[in-house]
Design a protein around this ligand. Structure first.
Ligand SMILES: Cc1cc2nc3c(=O)[nH]c(=O)nc-3n(C[C@H](O)[C@H](O)[C@H](O)COP(=O)(O)OP(=O)(O)OC[C@H]3O[C@@H](n4cnc5c(N)ncnc54)[C@H](O)[C@@H]3O)c2cc1C
Length: 490
């Protein structure tokens, strides 16, 4: 491939943005198509942006238990997040509508907590993995007196006990990853979009001109795409990075990737509430809670943002929306409040788009009542809910590879709930895969096109409309019934 040969990236979520940015940096000629008008919605979910990457915040952490390939990738990413913050602060790169006061990364730390009585092995593996890589005292265990002293000496004590358990007579059990914190997700995407444009990437946005209708073929070679406005666009390489929609667009991903939903609530803290400071990023970390505790766990949350939104998410059950597609097969298909009238004739459960899984609500509220009862005491209401769709793989590894049997086509997807943090650097790796550079690296090998075979899956995929996680088989509550002050009982 010549650098002047056109490359098409479909999808402007984090995989597409990062890939386009790094392709342009290496001198390629790139066009990104996305059916969403991101210049207008500015990647704000509250203003209609409908993608996993379009959000107010996402967790950033280095610690990955024993998975050192992702730990190293995170260390590389976090260095780049700091650089992006510096580019903003110095005025070197300021996207339209943002200022030098904006930040894309807040280093308020990420604490991984559980209800275990002692530090679980996964947390210890995080400490060990980081120490082995030379990052001493970046992981501070709440159960380790020396670590507590280190935290106190750095002014981090409130981050080590975010739910004020000690004053309530219980012991916090967890590890504060002091390298982590949160990405300000919408601003980070706008920043990456702006950088990519500055590097020469062309973006075509909108439901007609930006929407992939079909791939174009010459025999088994993909020669480009046709967009919904009927136009043909030629490419030497087409890279699909369509998040939760990728498995529907590329049925060859059956069994490897599936769209699943996390459940999110946003509460809104008034500026005059005592919780404004208490839950602000100057005191409160990003957190995960009981992540390995099955359906009753899988919780995470963030400090309130500058508009007062306090976000808590649940991934203990990853929901699916199986829809029968034109080839007769069922595939989980994202359905959100913004996508009612969508998708190529596929039937969607339109009336459920603003509904929320009762189980998710109950697990979140049981947790909040126990660990942040101040929210109930202060009558902080739920402002809105969200089903956030992403792409799970059976082993939680991404998929970055050429599509077998289809020359000129790659995928960059399968974020499995943890890819946002790699916005600054994942594209560099995607381009390495495209250029066949050092593809024996552990991460790249893990991201190859693959089949489950005899392995035991981490995520069971393709359970279809009979599966117990399918939206049609679970109890849903109308959003309006749970948007009451926290006292609402279901
Ligand atoms: C609830 C939730 C919480 C998460 N929390 C974290 C976290 O804390 N930390 C972390 O690192 N990661 C997190 N993740 C994971 C992370 O958000 C995803 O891995 C990542 O954002 C996926 O990016 P993407 O580019 O693959 O997909 P998306 O961001 O979904 O983007 C896909 C894009 O493709 C476009 N598209 C789709 N179909 C077409 C078409 N036909 N034509 C043109 N364009 C199309 C869409 O419009 C969209 O813009 C979370 C995910 C969810 C859902």
């Amino acid at each position: 491939m010549e650098k002047s040969d056109p490359i098409i990236v479909v999808g402007a979520g984090i995989f597409g943005l990062s890939t386009a940015l790094h392709l342009a940096r290496r001198g390629y000629s790139v066009t990104v198509f996305d059916r969403q008008p991101y210049d207008e919605s500015k990647y704000s979910y509250l203003h209609g942006a409908d993608a996993a990457s379009a959000d107010i915040n996402k967790i950033i952490r280095s610690a990955y238990g024993g998975q050192t390939e992702y730990q190293s990738l995170s260390t590389e990413a976090i260095a780049a997040w700091h650089e992006w913050n510096e580019e903003l602060a110095s005025g070197k790169t300021i996207p339209p509508g943002m200022t030098s006061k904006d930040r894309v990364f807040v280093a308020n730390g990420n604490i991984s907590m559980s209800e275990d009585s002692e530090l679980p092995p996964w947390e210890q593996a995080c400490i060990d993995g980081m120490e082995k890589a030379g990052h001493y005292d970046t992981q501070l265990a709440t159960t380790n007196p020396r670590h507590c002293e280190v935290a106190a000496s750095r002014g981090l004590s409130s981050y080590m006990d975010p739910f004020q358990q000690r004053s309530r007579g219980t012991k916090p059990v967890g590890v504060l990853d002091t390298t982590g914190g949160m990405a300000i997700a919408d601003k980070a995407c706008r920043f990456a979009l702006h950088k990519a444009r500055e590097a020469g990437v062309k973006f075509v946005f909108g439901p007609q001109a930006g929407c992939l209708q079909s791939l174009r073929f010459n025999g088994s070679k993909v020669t480009g795409v046709q967009t919904r406005d009927g136009k043909l666009h030629q490419a030497a390489m087409t890279i699909l990075a369509c998040g939760g929609w990728t498995p529907v667009l590329l049925p060859e991903l059956d069994g490897l990737c599936e769209a699943t939903a996390g459940s999110v609530i946003l509460m809104k803290i008034p500026t005059n509430s005592p919780l404004w400071d208490r839950l602000g990023p100057q005191q409160f970390p990003t957190f995960t809670f009981n992540m390995r505790a099955g359906r009753k766990g899988g919780l995470y949350g963030f400090p309130r943002n500058e508009d007062g939104y306090f976000k808590v998410g649940y991934r203990g059950t990853k929901y699916t929306n199986p829809v029968r597609h034109s080839d007769g097969k069922e595939r989980s298909t994202p359905a959100t409040r913004w996508s009612a009238a969508e998708r190529d004739g596929a039937q969607l459960v339109g009336e459920r788009l603003t509904d929320f899984p009762r189980e998710a609500y109950q697990v979140i509220h049981t947790f909040l009542d126990k660990y942040l009862p101040e929210l109930r005491e202060e009558n902080i209401p739920i402002a809105t809910t969200r089903m956030c769709w992403y792409t799970d793989t059976f082993d939680n590894h991404f998929v970055v590879d050429r599509v077998p049997g289809k020359q000129g086509l790659m995928v960059a997807t399968g974020g499995s709930g943890h890819a946002f943090k790699y916005l600054p650097n994942i594209g560099n790796w995607v381009v390495d895969v495209m250029e066949n550079i050092s593809i024996d690296r552990e991460a790249i090998q893990a991201w190859r096109w693959r089949a489950l075979g005899n392995k035991k899956p981490i995520n069971n995929l393709m359970e279809g409309s009979q599966g117990e996680r399918a939206l049609g088989n679970i109890a849903l509550s109308k959003e309006s019934t749970i948007k009451q002050p926290a006292k609402a009982v279901l």
